[in-house]
Design a protein around this ligand. Structure first.
Ligand SMILES: NC(=O)c1ccc[n+]([C@@H]2O[C@H](COP(=O)([O-])OP(=O)(O)OC[C@H]3O[C@@H](n4cnc5c(N)ncnc54)[C@H](OP(=O)(O)O)[C@@H]3O)[C@@H](O)[C@H]2O)c1
Length: 435
C-alpha cells in the first residue's frame, strides 16, 4: 500500500462535518481501495473547539488558526469549508498553494469573485485546486464538463442552480401560497438561511453560473457580468397564469457563447411544462450542457446539504489520492481567456409581463401605444376577472424581441397612473427547442 494521504479540514459546519464523517466511515474500506492508498484526517480547524458537532475530533490535531493547516507538514491536502470570499478562507487557500499543497474547496463565492488571483496562484504553485462541491452540491457537473464532455465545444450551460429557490417556486406552485409564507416554511425546514438574500436574490446562482461558464468556455469566471434578477417579486398569480399558458416558473442560470460575447444571466424564467427541467422540483438542482458532438446532456440531483456536498468534496480528495487532479478550469491556468460579456440589452427573446392595472376604459390602449413606440409586438393578452375601477391582473406575452426594447417599454408602462403595482417581467426560455 502507498503512503497515506493526510487531510486537513478547515471548517466543521454542515459540509465539514459531512466530509469528516464520510472519511471516518469509509476511509479504511472502499475509499482507500479506490484511492490505492489510505486517506486519513490528520488535522482540523474551526472557530470553536468545544462546540458539540456529533463527531469525535479527539484523535486529530486541532489548529486554532485555520491558516496553520497550510504550514502543517503533516497535511497533504487542505480542505477549505469555511466559506466567504474574503479573510481567512482566501488566506488559507493562498498559503496552501504557495506551499505547494493541494486544495479542495466548496467555496463558490471565493472562486466566482477571486478567480483571477486564484489562477495567478495556480500558475506558480505545485499544488492544485479542486472544487466539485462548489456547483450543484452532490451533482458531478464540474467533472462532467471538464472530463466527460472534454471533447466538445460547449455553446451553452444552463439550469437550476439553487435548491432553496427551486423549493420555494415548487411549493408556491403546488400550494398557491405567497412567496413570504413559503420562504418561512423553507426556513423552518432548514432549506433557507435566516438571511435568505444570497439565495433568493440570485447571487448564489450567479456565483455558480460564472464558475460553470469558466469551465464550459475556457474563460476566467466573471461574476460581475452576470445579469441577475431574483425571485422575491414572483406572485402566485404569475405562477398560475404561466401554468395556464403551459409553462412552469424556474430560477435559471443561463450562460451562452454568442458571436457578441458571453451572455450570463440568472432570472426567473417560464419554461415549457414539457421540458424535462420543468419537472425538476423541490430542492433538486439540474444543469444542461449543450456540446457540439454530444448534443444536450442533463445532470440532476441534490444541490446542497451536508451529505451530498461531502460526496463531491471527498470525490475531489480521492482524485488527489489517485494522483489524477485536473487543472481548475480543465486547461493550464495561463490559457484561461478573459472573454467579452455580451450586451444583455441585445439579447433576443419573448417575455411574460404581468401588470396590475385599474379596470378602466382605454387603459390597454395606453399600454399598446407604449408597446408600439418601443417596437414590442404582442402575441397575446390575458385578463382574469372584471371589476370596473378596481385593480386586475393583465398578462402580456411578447413575440421575440430585444431585451432592451422590452425594458424600455416596461419602464414607461410603470409610469402610467392606471398601473398600480410595479410590472413584473419574466423571460420565456424554450432553449431553442420546441417542446
Ligand atoms: N451547506 C451546503 O449545502 C453547501 C453546498 C455547497 C457548497 N457549500 C459551501 O461550503 C462551504 C461551507 O458551507 P457550510 O454550509 O458547511 O457552512 P457552515 O455550516 O456555516 O460552516 C462553516 C464552518 O466554518 C467555520 N468557520 C467560519 N469562519 C471561520 C474562521 N474565521 N475561522 C475558523 N473557522 C471558521 C465555522 O466554525 P464554527 O463551527 O466553529 O463556528 C463552521 O464550522 C461554503 O463555502 C459554502 O458555500 C455549502
Amino acid at each position: 500500500m502507498n503512503a497515506p494521504l493526510k487531510i486537513g479540514i478547515a471548517g466543521l459546519g454542515t459540509v465539514g462535518v459531512g466530509v469528516f464523517r464520510l472519511l471516518v466511515e469509509h476511509a479504511a474500506g472502499f475509499i482507500s481501495d479506490r484511492s490505492q492508498r489510505p486517506v486519513v484526517v490528520a488535522a482540523v480547524s474551526s472557530r470553536d473547539k468545544g462546540k458539540c458537532r456529533g463527531i469525535d475530533i479527539s484523535k486529530v490535531r486541532w489548529h486554532d488558526n485555520p491558516v496553520a493547516l497550510a504550514d502543517d507538514e503533516d497535511v497533504d491536502v487542505v480542505v477549505e469549508l469555511m466559506g466567504g470570499s474574503e479573510g481567512v478562507a482566501f488566506d488559507l487557500i493562498r498559503k496552501a498553494l504557495e506551499n505547494g499543497k493541494h486544495v479542495v474547496t466548496a467555496n463558490k463565492a471565493l472562486l466566482a469573485l477571486r478567480s483571477v488571483e486564484i489562477l495567478e496562484l495556480l500558475k506558480k504553485s505545485k499544488g492544485t485546486l479542486s472544487c466539485e462541491a462548489a456547483v450543484a452540491g452532490g451533482v458531478p457537473i464540474i467533472k462532467g464538463i471538464r472530463e466527460g464532455l472534454a471533447a466538445n465545444k460547449i455553446s451553452a450551460v444552463y439550469g437550476i442552480l439553487n435548491g432553496t429557490c427551486n423549493f420555494i417556486l415548487s411549493e408556491m406552485r403546488s400550494t398557491g401560497c405567497d412567496f413570504d409564507d413559503v420562504l418561512k416554511e423553507a426556513q423552518v425546514k432548514g432549506y433557507a438561511e435566516a438571511d435568505p438574500s444570497f439565495d433568493i436574490d440570485g447571487i448564489d446562482s450567479g456565483h455558480k453560473l460564472s464558475i460553470l461558464a469558466g469551465l464550459a468556455f475556457g474563460c476566467v469566471p466573471d461574476f460581475s457580468s452576470v445579469h441577475i434578477r431574483g425571485i422575491s417579486n414572483i406572485s402566485p398569480i404569475d405562477i398560475e397564469f404561466a401554468e395556464d399558458l403551459g409553462y412552469r416558473v424556474k430560477l435559471l442560470g443561463i450562460a451562452r457563447r454568442t458571436e457578441k460575447g458571453i451572455e450570463q444571466s440568472v432570472e426567473p424564467c417560464l419554461v415549457p411544462e414539457s421540458a424535462p427541467i420543468a419537472s425538476v422540483d423541490g430542492t433538486l438542482n439540474a444543469v444542461y450542457v449543450d456540446g457540439d458532438y454530444v448534443g444536450n446532456v442533463l445532470f440532476t440531483g441534490e444541490g446542497a446539504g451536508g451529505e451530498p456536498t461531502a460526496s463531491a468534496v471527498v470525490a475531489d480528495i480521492i482524485d488527489v489520492a489517485r494522483g489524477r487532479v485536473l487543472p481548475f478550469l480543465g486547461m493550464a491556468s495561463s490559457k484561461a481567456e478573459i472573454l467579452k460579456p455580451a450586451d444583455i440589452n441585445e439579447r433576443i427573446g419573448s417575455y411574460f409581463l404581468r401588470l396590475i392595472m385599474l379596470d378602466q376604459m382605454g387603459v390597454l390602449a395606453d399600454v399598446s401605444a407604449i408597446l408600439r413606440d418601443c417596437c414590442v409586438s404582442i402575441e397575446s393578452v390575458l385578463q382574469r376577472g372584471h371589476s370596473f375601477g378596481q385593480p386586475v391582473p393583465v398578462i402580456l406575452i411578447s413575440h421575440e424581441m430585444s431585451e432592451g426594447g422590452m425594458l424600455k417599454a416596461v419602464k414607461l408602462i410603470s409610469k402610467l397612473k392606471s398601473v398600480v403595482k410595479s410590472p413584473h417581467l419574466m423571460r420565456i426560455e424554450t432553449f431553442g427547442t420546441i417542446y
